[in-house]
Ligand binder design. Structure first.
Ligand SMILES: NC(=O)c1ccc[n+]([C@@H]2O[C@H](COP(=O)([O-])OP(=O)(O)OC[C@H]3O[C@@H](n4cnc5c(N)ncnc54)[C@H](OP(=O)(O)O)[C@@H]3O)[C@@H](O)[C@H]2O)c1
Length: 422
């Protein structure tokens, strides 16, 4: 890989998130020696969009999913491809295949867990043999909770020589002042990806916290101790906690796989712990009944998604087809000016098997889904491109295992500040 002309390529740089990843790398190129390029199927559109966004981008690369040779040519030019072309279930596989066969590291933002599982099954061995890292779910889902939980586990092991028994993750998001717009919350790309999962053949896997676990005994233990619960609940200080949004079925599977991969690396058996997460619904004390009401609606939405995923194809597939026509398409989503001014935090409260407690916090800024995510992925791409910046390990990896907990220092540059509380 040493003779590659570029460090990082951003494929899908015309999309809502891809544009922000390109903007981040353009900014980083001004202060580092990174060599990068944006890539898309329509170069004219790409140039126009990046110009409008004021992004100082190098010569773009043309790559189209319908022309597999263009994907290999793109992959062969870089050390890392960041893939922003979703829904991944429909479009992701050929890009991963091109990267693995070209010896190029790969990262994406998918949250489509049946797809992640199928990629592990098909590409983990070839990627290990090729020395390639395939890193999926590398945005707001699931990098911050994944790194936080691994850091809590490593710290507990260093301090007390103990493993974790449980982790509660609470996320609090504060939007900028002013009236919200419908497009602020979620993009057409994300909604179309949720619909793609709902219509998929193996959609019933989404609610399985062990969907990414290879070892059958470990998978059974994960399901026993850490089923995904969707009911609203009280959190620390009496806060109202709703299920994670936009989907409650993504982070748990990644976090349990990280424990399995960490155990393999340490030569110890995996010890599944109970993992629970949710979003803190803030507000004035007087609005408490309203918050429980909102949490109830969010829980019912996730339960509906799970019900659809578990129903037979005769219910699920027509439903997904109808939904695909109704929900906004690619191109819909928060505009660049709506992504600033957000702050958010994540608290991972862990308990060890002997009741010691540890908390890892992340304090961050930028819209979590489309700005902080883009910066995280951009920084992850830079790390993957650097020699010896990440643990020496190849295969289909979770963000925390691929990047290692010492990468948290680098994520400061991307607006994420990790800290271990006493
Ligand atoms: N995990 C997380 O935290 C997180 C956060 C944000 C987004 N995401 C995921 O990231 C993905 C992208 O989201 P988004 O909102 O940025 O989507 P988007 O705005 O719809 O962008 C999709 C991109 O895919 C490109 N594309 C589609 N078909 C193509 C083809 N045949 N060849 C080449 N490029 C093609 C589009 O190019 P054109 O412009 O030419 O159509 C566009 O650049 C979604 O799956 C979403 O769920 C995840």
């Amino acid at each position: 890989m040493n003779n590659r002309e570029l460090d990082v390529v951003v494929f899908g740089a015309t999309g809502i998130t891809g544009r922000q990843v390109a903007a981040y790398l353009a900014e980083r190129a001004g202060e580092s020696s990174i060599r990068w390029a944006p890539a898309a199927r329509d170069i004219g559109k790409l140039r126009r969009l990046l110009d409008d966004a004021g992004v100082d981008a190098p010569e773009p690369i043309r790559a189209d999913l319908n022309e597999p040779s263009s994907l290999s040519a793109m992959a062969l030019r870089a050390r890392v491809v960041l893939n922003l072309v979703g829904p991944y279930m429909l479009y992701g596989r050929p890009v991963i295949e091109a990267c693995v066969s070209s010896g190029t590291h790969y990262a994406d933002l998918t949250g489509e867990m049946p797809f992640v599982r199928s990629i592990i099954e098909e590409f983990d061995r070839p990627a290990r043999e090729a020395g390639v890292k395939v890193v999926q779910v590398c945005g707001f889902e699931s990098l911050p909770p994944d790194l936080s939980v691994l850091l809590a586990g490593e710290t507990a092991n260093e301090r007390w020589g103990q493993g974790l028994a449980s982790v509660d993750v609470e996320v609090a998001v504060k939007p900028p002042p002013g009236l919200p717009r419908a497009s602020d919350a979620v993009s057409g790309g994300t909604l179309q990806s949720l619909v793609a999962v709902a219509g998929a053949e193996d959609a019933d896997q989404i609610a399985d916290p062990a969907v990414l676990i290879g070892d059958l005994a470990v998978a059974a233990a994960v399901r026993r101790v850490s089923a995904i619960t969707l009911a609203p609940r009280s959190g620390r200080g009496g806060a109202v906690i709703a299920p994670m949004s936009p989907a409650a079925f993504i982070n748990p599977a990644v976090i349990h796989r990280t424990e399995e991969l960490a155990a393999v690396a340490a030569g110890r058996p995996a010890v599944p712990f109970r993992y629970r997460e949710g979003v803190v619904l803030g507000g004035r004390p007087a609005s408490l009944p309203l918050r429980w009401g909102v949490a109830g609606v969010l829980s019912a939405t996730q339960a509906g998604l799970r019900w659809i995923a578990r129903s037979g194809p005769s219910v699920r597939q027509p439903f997904a087809r109808t939904l695909a026509r109704i929900v906004p398409a690619s191109g819909f989503g928060p505009s660049g000016d709506r992504l600033q001014g957000w702050t958010w935090s994540l608290s991972a409260q862990a308990r060890t098997v002997e009741e010691q407690q540890i908390e890892v916090r992340v304090d961050a800024d930028g819209h979590p889904g489309y700005l902080a995510t883009a910066r995280m992925l951009g920084e992850a791409g830079m790390l993957l491109a650097e020699d010896r910046a990440t643990p020496e390990r190849a295969g289909c990896l979770t963000p925390a295992i691929a990047l290692g907990t010492s990468s948290r220092e680098r994520f400061k540059r991307a607006g994420l500040r990790f800290s271990v509380q006493a």
